[in-house]
Design a protein around this ligand. Structure first.
Ligand code: NAD
Length: 311
């Protein structure tokens, strides 16, 4: 039978976050990678991260960092890692051929009721699983980085995914403190990237047409819409901005349609404007200071996630 055990395949940025999240909920975690050195680096990093979180009072779960770290074991033996696992959570690099190969290997070794879950940001679940015996167990669990502080997980089934697998996956993410969102079918980009790209496309047009510069464009989100969106979705926002959604549509449907008819065709993100936007971004955050800025971002997200828990 299955154990209270998770197999993480790929011990990079996302694999490490998954290991910490599952260990904080008391699962034993088998962290697999192809290279012993990579495993050692990952374990040392996880131990350090757990200690830092504990010191800052930010450790998830009710146990100590030592207890959580003790639940995580590294291995370069795939068979041992996936044996009797409740979920195999794959997080190898975003390369279709590699992912298909890794899933084929897992498929040959895994129990028939283990959930086969991929962290992929871009590949449809059908593309990852059409060659598998256990393809009815395949699902995507797509996070936003860093998942330790940003809880949403998109759960995306292939056409042949057993609905029971989708339900079990959703329950497990809820149990470990993430916020799963269930799609009924696969769509390109899932939801996160579709919404993100809608904003990104319009940002491109506004800046390349010279309506405003990069710095001011980004303030619209960071000092405006984004503040609201940290608490309310796009639809509830409209519901509150009028006497409910029906009233909102009565009042604004014509305007929304007229403004939206001014949207330009999908941009290609090529040509001289790429350099110009990059120049403006690098004037604020030079390329050698990206990591510093990421650390600042993660510190902000930590505070925001604490605030959201208090609200
Ligand atoms: P990463 O490069 O940090 O880690 C990948 C790990 O996979 C490395 O440790 C590597 O050694 C290991 N690996 C390579 N080949 C392997 C194999 N055959 N078997 C087992 N392990 C192998 O990548 P990441 O950023 O953690 O991304 C992993 C997945 O998560 C990708 O599908 C990515 O699209 C997805 N994802 C990433 C982010 C993000 O912001 N980084 C967000 C959402 C989803």
């Amino acid at each position: 039978g299955l154990e209270r055990k998770i197999s993480i395949v790929g011990s990079g940025l996302i694999g490490r976050s998954w290991a910490m999240i599952f260990a904080s909920a008391g699962y034993s975690v088998s962290l697999y990678d192809i290279d012993q050195k990579q495993i050692e680096t990952a374990l040392a990093d996880i131990e350090q991260q757990l200690k830092t979180l504990e010191k800052g009072g930010l450790l998830r779960g009710t146990t100590s960092s030592d207890q959580q770290f003790a639940l995580i074991k590294g291995t370069i033996n795939l068979q041992e890692s996936v044996k009797n696992a409740t979920i195999v959570q794959e997080c190898v690099p975003e390369n279709l051929e590699l992912k298909r190969k890794v899933w084929k290997q897992v498929d040959e070794l895994v129990s028939p009721n283990t959930i086969l879950s991929s962290s992929t940001s871009t590949f449809m679940p059908s593309k990852l699983s059409d060659h598998l015996k256990n393809k009815a167990n395949m699902i995507i669990s797509h996070p936003v980085n860093p998942p330790y502080y940003v809880p949403v997980i998109e759960i995306v089934p292939a056409p042949w995914t057993d609905p029971e697998i989708a339900r079990r996956t959703r329950d497990i993410w809820t149990e470990v403190g993430q916020t799963p969102v269930s799609l009924t079918k696969e769509v390109p980009g899932f939801i996160i990237n579709r919404l993100q790209y809608a904003l990104l496309n319009e940002s491109w047009h506004l800046v390349t047409e010279g309506v405003l510069d990069v710095k001011d464009l980004d303030k619209i989100m960071s000092e405006g819409l984004g503040m609201r969106y940290a608490f309310l979705g796009t639809l509830e926002t409209t519901h509150l901005n009028a006497q409910g959604f029906e009233d909102y549509c009565r009042a604004y449907s014509k305007t929304i349609h007229e403004v939206s008819s001014d949207f330009k065709p999908t941009p290609k993100f090529e040509g001289p404007h790429v350099k110009e936007i990059a120049r403006q971004l690098e004037a604020e955050v030079p390329l050698d200071r990206l990591q510093e800025r990421r650390n600042w971002r993660d510190a902000c997200l930590t505070k925001l996630s604490q605030l959201k828990k208090e609200m």
